[in-house]
Design a binder for this molecule. Structure first.
Ligand code: DSN
Length: 416
């Protein structure tokens, strides 16, 4: 990539970026929450929009010189509203956690009850984990999956909601391979008089393209990141009805953030336009086809899949049968140029630093143009390493094969 100024003025950081570029170019990224942004997103996020303070909102800023920032933010808001069919959007949250925080700040008081999915069974830190602000400030109650089916059981969740009477119910997950029934969650929330927030960070691209049912217009709030299946810059956003527009905006700024990252908001606008194209819909369909193929290949090699398969962009592997931990598997695959993350699984017996599982996802490799036949190959490589995880010779051999496959699918045409 052309970074000639950086190379001259700061060779140390330039060399680090070069190494990371080589890692991305030569390896296979299977972390389910990562992706490869377009050149256009990359350019906007590296643009001079970063130079500006723009605290406030379009037309109501606390700084002069914001006229073009107003245009960019309006475009981002309009585009994301149109993409998801929402009445109001706030595109300023720096992350998905901050989007969630803004929703909580809007409708909860410290000590109020929230009901959400347990982190160890697929939820997220910002959904009430005891080590996160959401579990410290609020009284957190958590549901999990049915331990037999390893899928959400809406009857059990409804029972919990009736017992707990939470002020807010959070649905959405970071390691759940199955479709989420947002309508069922909204009905449960309505029955117990709770607000319902859908955190679609992982599946936003699938919801935008109709491949996964969208919660917009069904749940009270929708929060998300922009950088996972939606394939935008790192960041977050909130969607809601007009009724909540003013309090949500106030919660984000001045409630919890200062100046918005205007270069990122410009890049979010680019992402939202890209996500509205037919090409993105085809991409999203391929993400799920690839995920299913990867799951089938792993399954046919005796890798147990949590819940038995996948409906979305990720699958969760239970490594118990192989006698290795998630940590060991992550390291062994990393040695072979395949980047994944260890993950807890339902009925987990190990710590989150060790785990019994692995999470693998297809958004990034699909962005590089890989299809079912490449997924079969990747599934065979993963299975071979799981079966012989201490064989460093095998890892070295596969690393060369991975590099060769990766070279056929460049991240960017000039980065082969
Ligand atoms: N860290 C993200 C993930 O990997 O799913 C969630 O925030």
């Amino acid at each position: 990539m052309n970074m000639s100024y950086l190379e001259t003025t700061d060779p140390e950081i330039s060399a680090i970026i070069d190494k990371e570029t080589a890692r991305q170019v030569n390896g296979l990224e299977l972390i389910a929450s990562e992706n490869v942004v377009s050149r256009a997103v990359l350019e906007a996020s590296g643009s001079i929009m970063t130079n500006k303070y723009a605290e406030g909102y379009p037309g109501k800023r606390y700084y002069g010189g914001c006229e073009f920032h107003d245009m960019a933010e309006n475009l981002a808001r309009d585009r994301v509203c149109s993409l998801f069919g929402a009445e109001h959007a706030n595109v300023q949250p720096h992350s998905g956690s901050q989007a969630n925080m803004a929703v909580y700040f809007t409708v909860l008081k410290p000590g109020d009850k929230i009901l959400s999915m347990n982190l160890s069974q697929g939820g997220h830190l910002s959904h009430g984990s005891p080590v996160n602000f959401s579990g410290i400030i609020y009284e957190s109650h958590q549901y999990g999956v049915d331990l037999n089916t390893e899928q959400m059981d809406y009857g059990i969740i409804a029972e919990m909601a009736r017992k707990v009477r939470p002020k807010i119910i959070v649905c959405g997950a970071s390691a759940y391979p199955r479709e989420i029934d947002f309508k069922a969650f909204a009905e449960i929330a309505e029955e117990v008089g709770a607000y319902c927030v859908a955190d679609i960070a992982h599946i936003a691209g699938l919801c935008a393209t109709g491949i996964h049912p969208s919660p917009v217009g069904i749940t009270t709030f929708t929060t998300s990141t922009t950088h996972k299946t939606l394939r935008g810059p790192r960041g977050g956003f909130i969607l809601c009805d007009k009724e909540f527009a003013a309090p949500i905006d106030k919660s984000v700024f001045p409630g919890m953030q200062g100046g918005p990252l205007m270069h990122i908001i410009a890049a979010k606008a680019v992402c939202f336009r890209e996500a509205s194209t037919d090409g993105f819909k085809k991409y999203s369909e391929q993400v799920v086809k690839n995920s299913r193929t990867l799951a089938e290949t792993l399954s046919s090699n005796n890798v147990r899949l949590v819940s038995g398969g996948t409906d979305n962009h990720l699958c969760l592997l239970d490594l118990t049968n192989f006698g290795i931990t998630g940590l060991e598997a992550e390291q062994a695959l990393g040695n072979a140029g395949i980047t994944v993350n260890k993950n807890t699984i339902p009925n987990e017996t190990k710590s989150p630093f060790v785990t019994s599982g692995l999470r693998v996802g297809t958004p990034a490799v699909t962005s590089r143009g890989m299809k079912e036949s490449e997924m079969k190959q990747i599934g065979e490589w993963i299975s071979a390493i799981m079966q012989d995880s201490k064989n460093t010779g095998l890892q070295d051999k596969i690393r060369e094969e991975v590099k060769s496959l990766a070279s056929q699918y460049p991240l960017y045409p000039d980065l082969t």
